[in-house]
Design a protein around this ligand. Structure first.
Ligand code: NAD
Length: 352
């Protein structure tokens, strides 16, 4: 099974190296036969190939079974026409990764901002407010004059139905409860379509469904996080809400995610490239490691290989023990372990 690694920018190379050590340990321990290969992306490929998202990398992604992608410092990329397309959004579009699944959980013994929380945010990943990737050709953001900027949000029945299916399937496996989040009181057509689709799919799954507007939801998830389980929402709301949930669970370094479609899956931490701490060996690689665990779980389900799912479960358990130990944490959680040492410690626990 081929896993392609793209290290990314900022803290990307550090956290991806730590995650890779864990994935290799899992492959040995559970006989997974994973073959790891590398492709350039982001600032690295901009320097060597003149683009942040080379065609060859896209091709290699398509040929791989799974992809590990580090965060990208997209804010400083040159304009797309000068070689700086957003390779994160580009990957989601090129591989049609419509479901961004972002769990956040308070773990026993690990410092968090709330007492109890175990949520999974299922975020639509290909359309919505993301004007740089929501069109078939061209971009949904433009300036008719230097003083007028227009951005278009796209919501389709197909996009809503497929993300609703992903969320309902997950809710069925978990508590049977689904919360949808939108802003249908204002965005009556776009969020109205989203809500209609989620209701239609959820009624087929016989789930308990509630719904909140995104503004109120940001308060409610802080006030009573234990009330929520699976949350389904559109692209931008999901991006914002998942950072909030990760922070509530202890910090951005704890928020994993997969970007999944029908045929491909990318492990990618929910956070960004954290330029403020890059190159200092202090970034928390937990989110990246857990994202890799989620990728193994996805591969196990897709290829009916239970050993991959077993490895994923073990990675989660090992992270839990590692974070419960106050000497086993990185500085963002009050610990002293470096990024690399954290990865090695988790890999060692996994091997034992
Ligand atoms: P960020 O998530 O990179 O950082 C926000 C804060 O969280 C910073 O203080 C950072 O140090 C901290 N942080 C993030 N990850 C951490 C970790 N693993 N361990 C410890 N602390 C961590 O958000 P930003 O600063 O707004 O964005 C930086 C760059 O990342 C921008 O170029 C942005 O466009 C990009 N970005 C990329 C992705 C992606 O590739 N998926 C996602 C979000 C932002």
């Amino acid at each position: 099974m081929k896993i392609l690694v793209c290290k990314g920018d900022g803290i990307g190379p550090e956290i991806v190296a730590a995650a890779e050590a864990v994935v290799k340990a899992a492959s040995r321990r559970f006989n997974l036969g994973l073959e790891i290969d590398y492709a350039e992306i982001g600032l690295e490929s901009l320097k060597s190939q003149g683009t942040t998202f080379p065609d060859a990398t896209i091709q290699r992604m398509k040929e791989s079974d799974g992809i590990i992608l580090g965060p990208l410092h997209t804010a400083i990329y040159p304009p797309p026409e000068k070689g700086g397309p957003n390779a994160s959004g580009g990957t989601r579009k090129a591989l049609d990764l419509y479901a961004n699944v972002r769990p956040s959980r308070v773990r026993p013994g690990c410092p968090a901002h709330v007492k109890k929380m175990d949520v999974v945010i299922v975020r639509e990943n290909t359309e919505g407010f993301y004007a740089d990737r929501n069109m078939f050709a061209g971009r949904g953001e433009f300036m008719p004059t230097p003083d007028v900027a227009i951005s278009m949000r796209k919501v389709t029945r197909e996009g809503c139905m497929r993300i609703a299916e992903s969320a309902c399937e997950l809710a069925k496996q978990r508590s049977g409860k689904l919360t949808m989040v939108h802003k249908g009181n204002v965005m009556k057509m776009t969020d109205g379509l989203f809500a209609d689709c989620v209701n239609e799919v959820a009624s087929r799954y016989k789930l308990e469904v509630d719904e909140y507007f995104i503004d109120a939801m940001t308060a409610l998830i802080v006030r009573k996080p234990e009330f929520f389980d699976v949350i389904v929402t559109t692209n931008m709301y999901g991006d914002i809400l998942s950072d909030l949930a990760a922070e509530l669970s202890g910090g951005l370094g704890l928020g994993p995610s997969i970007n999944a479609g029908a045929d491909h899956c990318v492990a990618q931490a929910a956070h960004g490239s954290a330029p403020d701490i890059a190159g200092r060996n202090i970034a928390n690689p937990t989110a990246m490691i857990l994202s890799c665990g989620m990728l193994l779980d996805w591969l196990g389900r897709r290829h009916k290989r239970p050993e991959l799912q077993e490895a994923a479960k073990r990675i989660d358990e090992v992270i839990e023990s590692q974070l419960a130990d106050k000497n086993g944490r990185t500085p963002d959680l009050g610990g002293k372990l470096g990024t690399g040492a954290f990865g090695e410690a988790v890999a060692k626990r996994l091997a034992g």
